[in-house]
Design a protein around this ligand. Structure first.
Ligand SMILES: [Cu+2]
Length: 135
């Protein structure tokens, strides 16, 4: 009987610690998201990540090749919108927002990326060429 009690209480301790861990991992307040941010180089990376962190992201990592930013933040302290606004204010177009023109003009020469609108126009032209070609 005694052994059974010990086994049961050990099991209880194990299960209790599992559920504490599970709660930590699925904290509903912490979100991790990835979205596109236009940019050009390593300097942009620093500016973009800093803007994200200044607006409440606990982690921010921008990839220069894919131009994707991955952020983690607590919904109690920040939001996806807030982070994108901070990045746009720093001069970078984001998935949902267009950067402040004055901020874009102030960017370093090497950071003057092809803007979202310009890229969209170029793609449109390219598509027109394609369709003309087929006529
Ligand atoms: Cu740059």
């Amino acid at each position: 009987m005694k052994t059974q009690h010990i086994v049961l209480s050990l099991l209880f301790v194990v299960f209790a610690s599992f559920s504490v861990n599970a709660q930590k991992k699925t904290d509903p307040l912490v979100k991790k998201e990835t979205f596109k941010v236009w940019g050009e180089c390593g300097m942009c990376k620093k500016t973009i990540e800093k803007a994200a962190k200044d607006s409440g992201a606990t982690a921010a990592s921008w990839d220069v090749d894919s131009k994707k930013l991955t952020v983690s933040y607590s919904t109690a302290k920040s939001s996806n919108e807030k982070i994108q606004q901070a990045i746009a204010a720093a001069g970078y177009d984001t998935r949902d927002l267009t950067a402040d023109d004055a901020a874009y003009d102030k960017l370093h020469e090497c950071c003057k990326y092809d803007r979202k609108a310009a890229a969209a126009k170029a793609a449109e032209k390219e598509a027109q060429k394609e369709s003309n070609h087929h006529h």
